[in-house]
Design a protein around this ligand. Sequence first.
Ligand code: GLV
Ligand code: GLV
Length: 324
Amino acid sequence: TLPKVFVTRRVPPDGLEILRQSKQVQFEMWDSDDPVPRVELLNKVKGCDGILCVLTEKIDAQLLDAAGPNLKVLSTMSVGYDHLSLDELKKRGIRVGYTPDVLTDAVAELTVALLLATSRRLIEAAHEAKIGSWGTWRTMWLCGHELANSTVGIFGLGRIGVAIAERLKPFKVKKFIYTDVAPRPELANMIDAEYVSLDELAKESDFLAMCCALTPETHGICNWNLFSKMKKNAIFINTSRGGVVNQEDLYEALSTGLIAGAGLDVTTPEPLPTHHPLFTLKNCVILPHIASASYTTRNAMSALAANNLLAGLRGEAMPKELQL
Ligand code: GLV
Ligand code: GLV
């Protein structure tokens, strides 16, 4: 009999087609745009050889125990893997696939869009126009901060950070600086970026972009201590994971003018409740985790996730396997 697979969400057409055409698995899909309830999920994974999940599913010991000893492959349709208990997966010898690279362009593009929307106050400005506040052209009305001659700081220099810098360079950025656990000269050379300490990154950046993974080390690293070192004109951008930010501290920093603005594609929790204080701030642009949301990229992510799953179940090398 064919390996049994549970797909935890309605996946984009390309990935679904690959699973169907393969005739290699019998799969059941939670055919909804909303997450599968946890109780249902624990029940559905029982006896599965493979699971294809998205980032809203917490893959922990409880879930792996519910799946049982047949489970060999976990394929997540995401580049981030903070929703996976890697220790538990490793302990059980379960192989893990994820979707780096295919989303780099889309995420970099959205990050630049969010940066510009925040620094040039686009959402606020469009709102002012619509509600009738546009009395006349005014000399200092809705002024923002420009990229030309600025210093852009990147926290966590990976493929995405490089792709963001490549896109920002034509805006006449003066200097790129970055910090990471160690210098990454091969990537840094591509964008002429200088390695600095976190302290220097905070002090020198006019724009600070978070491009790191969420780990115990990066959890809450954007806190009062960091914001208080930043420039008053600084724009903070986060398209990584909400968990890297202490949101109470960010609220204080934005509402007291410690920094100029923040653009967030990720928050804690997601969705961020509509009554959250951050939503009351004009200098905070909040998007509902859409960085990879282009038709092309979401399809590519689903195809890669499907191919990772199938390769793993065949016992072959996955196109993109996470080394545990
Ligand atoms: C999106 O946040 C991803 O990890 O792919
Ligand atoms: C990080 O997630 C990267 O793709 O560089």
